[in-house]
Design a protein around this ligand. Structure first.
Ligand code: CO8
Length: 258
């Protein structure tokens, strides 16, 4: 386990865990925190012993948004010239699956960061929202784009224009969250999911993630073609032979990750 200024990292088996750890500000996402998150995720992505990544916060907050105190006095020309928050999207470039395990508040940039992960598992006390409108600004890290793809226009508009929060169960019904579990079982459940993913072939898992994510960027026809290419590519791997041979011979597969 490693403790940095704003995060803690830990490895459990083949799962890399990144925990946001800025309790005094409810894990508000200051520049330094995001740099640490990106560096930790990139280092897990490169590590051959890691097969999946969990990003989590505390019981009270996953993250209560971008750091309002840090942003408050910035001028247009500063944020424009620096492309403020443009490095946030780096987490979406991670090739291994990234699970957001959310307890407490996931607001503004916190909700956006959770949406950049591959799936969200939530504790039953979690709350999601895009309250930027209350601060005289709008979501700036995907809240108007990823949210609509997750829950549709009417529900996304409702959150973005009212700034209201939804609870974990509503978020699950709306399709933002994959699974809701009791708050104190959150990490246990996230690790079960991560370990299950980690038990499969790493390159095949990467292809599956890549294929699903391509649907955000492509038309249906292009996406189906892309999926087909990756599907055919799985037949070039030893792990496809192993997985199917194991099924046919009624035994458990041993994936070799190539
Ligand atoms: N930034 C900075 N500090 C924060 C933030 C934040 N987002 N959220 C909470 N804090 C601080 C509080 O100021 C407080 O500090 P202090 O003790 O020094 O006063 C401490 O954390 C504890 O917070 P509260 O006392 O407010 O705790 P409560 O339990 O009473 O309330 C809430 C919890 C409801 C979560 C409340 O803190 C809140 O409303 N926070 C702000 C939520 C918000 O508006 N988030 C959106 C921020 S804007 C944003 O995220 C834009 C993203 C744009 C990304 C652009 C990328 C290109």
């Amino acid at each position: 386990a490693k403790s940095l200024e704003f995060i803690k990292t830990n490895v459990e088996g083949k799962v890399g865990i990144i925990q946001l750890n800025r309790p005094k500000a409810l894990n508000a996402l200051c520049d330094g925190l995001m740099q640490e998150v990106n560096a930790a995720a990139q280092s897990f992505d490169k590590d051959d012993n890691i097969a999946a990544i969990i990003l989590t916060g505390s019981e009270k907050a996953f993250a209560a948004g971008a750091d309002i105190k840090e942003m408050a006095t910035r001028e247009f020309i500063d944020v424009y010239n620096q492309s403020m928050f443009s490095s946030w999207g780096d987490i979406t470039k991670i090739k291994k699956p990234v699970i957001a395990a959310v307890n407490g508040f996931a607001l503004g940039g916190g909700c956006e960061l959770a949406m950049m992960c591959d799936m969200i598992i939530a504790g039953d006390k979690a709350k999601f929202g895009q309250p930027e409108i209350k601060l005289g600004t709008i979501p700036g890290a995907g809240g108007t784009q990823r949210l609509i793809r997750a829950i549709g226009k009417s529900k996304a508009m409702h959150l973005v224009l009212t700034g209201d929060m939804i609870d974990a169960h509503q978020a699950e019904r709306d399709g933002l969250v994959a699974k809701v579990v009791p708050a104190d079982k959150l990490m246990e459940e996230a690790l079960i999911v991560a370990n299950k993913i980690a038990s499969y072939s790493l390159p095949i898992t990467r292809m599956a993630k890549e294929a699903v994510n391509s649907s955000f960027e492509m038309s249906l026809q292009e996406g189906l073609k892309y999926e087909g290419r990756l599907f055919y590519a799985t037949f070039a791997t030893a792990d496809q032979k192993e997985g199917m041979d194991a099924f046919v011979n009624k035994r458990a597969p041993t994936f070799k990750h190539h």
